[in-house]
Structure formats: C-alpha cells, structure tokens
Write a protein that binds this ligand. Structure first.
Ligand code: SF4
Ligand code: ZN
Ligand code: ZN
Length: 323
C-alpha cells in the first residue's frame, strides 16, 4: 500500500498532481483548510472583529466554504459568521437548496438569512427566463444576485462578503472575459481597493486557490450534504466550453489554472498602480456604488420593466436564527 505523503501512515485518498503529493483523507482535509487559511492571510482578506456574510447557495463549493470558515473562526476568533442564501425564484431547484442550507447552518449553529429576488426586485428568475430577453438567464441572475448579496450583507451588518468562487471559476471567468473582449472586467479593481465606498461590502474569495475538484472532495470527505441537482437554466454555453478546455489543459499541464489566475491578477494590479482605474460613484437610481451613472442591475431591471424597490437599503430579509 502506498502511504500518504503527509503523515506517511494512511491509505491514499487523493493525488494532487500539480504539487506531486498523494494524501490520505485527513491530510487532504487539513491541506485544503490550510490552503484557505493561507489565501486569507496572504491576501489580507480579513481583519479582527470582522462580521463575515457567507454566500451560501447550498452547492458543494459554498457548503465547503462555510464549513472551512466555521472551523477557522473557532480556531482564530473573534469573527462572526452569517450565511446568506439568495432565492432567485427558480421553481423545483431553489427549494431543495434552501432546505440544505438551513440544515448545514443548523448543524454548525450559524445564523441563516434568505433573500428573495421576488421580494427585492419584484421579479423571479422564472419570470425572466419565460420572456424573450436580450441576454441569457445567467447574465441577469449573476448581476441581480450580486446586488442581492451586497444588500443582504449590508442588512446583517457584515464587513466582508465571502463568496465560494474556486480556482476553476476564476480561471474560466478570466478566459471568458478575454473571449468576450471585456477589457473593463479583466482590469476590474480588486474588491479591497473599493472598500471605502459607501453601501458596498468588500468581497473576499477564500477558495480562489482551491480547484473545483478539491472543493467537491472536501465536501464528501467531511460528509457535508450539498445540492447536486443542476439549475434548469444551465450555465452560459461558452463557460461550459472553456471549462472542458481548461480541464484538458490542466491534465496535460498541471498548474495551468493557477497560472492564468495569477496573470490576470498581475494585470489588474499593474493597471491599478497606473491610477487609471475607474472611479466609483453612487448609482442615480438606487445609490449603490457603480463606475457608471446607473448600476448594471438598475439598467437590467429597467429593461425588464421591474425597476422598483431596488435599493440595497430596502432589502427585506427572512432571517432564520439557528441559535
Ligand atoms: Fe442563476 Fe444561471 Fe446559476 Fe441558474 S445557472 S442559478 S440561472 S447563474
Ligand atoms: Zn495522511
Ligand atoms: Zn442602481
């Protein structure tokens, strides 16, 4: 039997190709938690006494993130965690995710808040998807969810908003932006650089260096329940193609996803250093920070003829306290 490269004792559970190590279940779980802790400290994501709102969709990445932050918080207090779940109004899909999220929060004794598109924007993803729109459902969903999460984080007094984007998500988004020719998004300043904006909760991505495969395995290894059913509206087609291409590349050239993410980060940092990064101001409709006159969400809601009750301050949340 081949022994674990970490403890030298137990049976191998996972081979981490880009580091050339094979780990047992316990050493694998420890290594993921250590990686997240190093990402948080290396990128200075947290400060003492932060209240961290964790975006919890109920999927593998977000339940893994919540569990890891919960463990770190117990070891390195005092931070406060609150979980935020967005109900986009996708029938037959979100109900299960909300119930799993609630179950995970109850088990970890973490406050759980649900924010609904319907209450906040007066429109659901089912409404949006049933109309013939200019963009695909995911484009609306992504922008509106960002706004809902920022509003939810403000409403619970969070000083940071943690999202479960993993290494694969980040590498895919980087290439997607290049393929869409979206230079502004490629050079978008990091959340930390716009943290002084009013009504903006800085975002952190503690899983940014953990591959998707490892967040899935982490959830299995820690026996954490998560939703595996896919959204009926699917993902953007080009993202799916990029995902396949990147996975093939990673097999042949381990570490390529890390390299792509680092390159884009360096580009963005260099651009910020030039001082040419865009200035943020208050959206003329809702007051949320935006580099334009109107924020993306308000523009979308206008086109959907539902631009009412959009202010982050009007977020009405259904809080489920588990302790
Ligand atoms: Fe929203 Fe698209 Fe994700 Fe479905 S797949 S939850 S529509 S972003
Ligand atoms: Zn081991
Ligand atoms: Zn707005």
């Amino acid at each position: 039997m081949l022994a674990c490269s970490g403890c030298g004792m137990h049976e191998i559970f996972y081979r981490r190709e880009h580091e050339g190590v094979s780990l047992c279940r316990k050493c694998f779980v420890d290594s993921v938690e250590t990686k997240v802790r190093r990402t948080i400290t290396g990128r200075q994501m947290l400060e003492l006494n932060d209240t961290i709102a964790v975006a919890l969709s109920g999927g593998k990445d977000s339940v893994a993130l919540l569990r890891i932050l919960w463990k770190l918080e117990r070891r390195y207090p005092p931070a406060r965690l609150v979980a935020l779940t967005v109900d986009e109004g996708i029938s037959g899909y979100r109900t299960e995710a909300i119930s799993i999220s609630r179950e995970v929060c109850n088990a970890l004794n973490i406050d759980h808040v649900v924010i609904s598109f319907d209450e906040l924007f007066g429109v659901t993803m089912d409404d949006i998807a049933s109309k013939r729109n200019e963009l695909q459902p995911c484009s609306y969903c992504g922008v509106l969810r960002r706004k809902a999460l920022n509003g939810g984080a403000l409403s619970v007094g969070a000083s940071k908003l943690a999202t479960a984007h993993n290494l694969d998500d980040e590498a895919q988004t980087a290439l997607l932006n290049v393929m869409h020719g979206d230079v502004e998004r490629i050079l978008r300043p990091s959340s930390a650089s716009i943290k002084t904006q009013a009504r903006f909760v800085p975002r952190i991505k503690p899983l940014a260096e953990v591959p998707e495969r490892e967040t899935t395995l982490y959830a299995y290894a820690t026996r954490t329940r998560f939703q595996s059913q896919a959204c009926p509206y699917g993902h953007e087609a080009m993202r799916g193609d990029i995902r396949i291409m990147l996975n093939r590349l990673e097999l042949k050239h381990p570490g390529v996803k890390h390299t792509i993410c680092r390159s884009v980060e360096r580009l963005s940092e260099s651009f910020e250093e030039t001082g040419a990064a865009r200035v943020f101001r208050a959206c003329s409709v809702c007051g949320d920070p935006t580099p334009n006159d109107e924020c993306e969400a308000c523009k979308m809601l206008k086109t959907l003829k539902a631009c009412s009750r959009t202010s982050s301050e009007s977020v009405s949340v259904q809080a489920v306290r588990s302790r």
